[in-house]
Design a protein around this ligand. Structure first.
Ligand SMILES: NC(=O)c1ccc[n+]([C@@H]2O[C@H](COP(=O)([O-])OP(=O)(O)OC[C@H]3O[C@@H](n4cnc5c(N)ncnc54)[C@H](O)[C@@H]3O)[C@@H](O)[C@H]2O)c1
Length: 253
């Protein structure tokens, strides 16, 4: 698929990855629909895109709410025409031990925290993919769904819901490739390892050093531009389907 002239929806568009994907693809000539729950951050993106003369439209929506997701896709398709690519990128890390030793007792990981991660990282991905597929099938011009997973899909310490949801979106990428290829719609996942972003900069320096020098063969975290490069590859290579691209510098958990 050609990037130039494509209509691409990026969820979590105001975050580190979403922002990088949006500006990278817009500078290649795509029209970007950047969706996020954070209205203030979206306004910043809109201003910056305007000042650079880039085609980035912004939309506030909560991807875990069915009516908001349906409204978002209807609005985009009605106003701007066929949707070519969905980048299912919005995600949160709601971390904690399953059982934590605390104050001489044991504290359970809260069910509400579990559900928050599942609501955004899994239910949100499902809702957006379902709407994208619905519109793409009716348009009849094919398309692509890209789900952002993580190296944590293999199971990471203190990341019950994050690991489970990031493994699930890889499985869903296979399911959707099988179900949607007949309509000319591909479905792939990208699973980044540690990428240098505000999220990973929160890791205590000592732990960060240990990760970089003892776990990552390349001895560095990845750059957001390297993930954006994988997105471009996924869009442009029409034979990539039902697969996950592990982008982790050789890290294995
Ligand atoms: N940063 C990394 O190293 C890394 C590594 C592997 C995978 N990932 C994944 O990449 C994706 C983006 O990560 P990031 O580092 O850019 O995170 P980020 O926190 O910078 O961006 C996430 C964005 O999602 C938005 N969002 C949260 N809940 C939402 C909702 N309900 N509806 C709409 N938008 C919502 C947030 O407002 C935020 O702008 C996530 O799925 C994350 O799990 C990140």
């Amino acid at each position: 698929m050609r990037i130039k002239g494509s209509n691409i929806l990026v969820t979590g568009g105001a975050g580190s990855f979403g922002r990088a994907f949006s500006f990278d693809l817009a500078s290649c000539g795509a029209r970007i629909f950047s969706c996020d729950i954070d209205a203030e951050a979206l306004a910043g993106i809109r201003d910056e895109a305007q000042s650079q003369g880039l085609g980035i439209e912004t939309f506030q929506a909560d991807i875990s709410k069915e009516n908001q997701v349906e409204g978002l896709f209807n609005k985009i398709v009605e106003q701007f025409g066929p949707l070519d690519v969905l980048i299912n990128n919005a995600g949160v890390a709601e971390d904690g031990l399953l059982i934590k030793k605390e104050n001489g007792g044991y504290r359970k990981f809260s069910f509400s925290q579990w559900k928050k991660g599942v609501d955004i990282n899994l239910n949100g991905v499902f809702l957006c993919a379902r709407e994208a597929a619905f519109h793409m099938i009716r348009q009849g011009s094919g398309g692509l769904i890209i789900n952002i997973s993580s190296v944590s899909r293999h199971g990471s310490f203190i990341q019950s819901n994050y690991s489970a949801t990031k493994a699930a979106v890889v499985a869903l990428s296979v399911v959707w490739a099988k179900e949607l290829s007949g309509y000319g719609i591909r479905s792939v996942a990208i699973a980044p390892g540690y990428i240098d972003t505000p999220l990973t900069r929160k890791i205590p320096e000592k732990v960060r050093q240990k990760i970089v020098f003892e776990q990552i063969p390349q001895k560095r975290m990845g750059n957001v531009s390297e993930v954006a490069h994988a997105i471009r590859f996924a869009i442009e290579n029409d034979y990539l389907n039902g697969r996950v691209i592990d982008l982790d510098g050789g890290l294995r958990i």
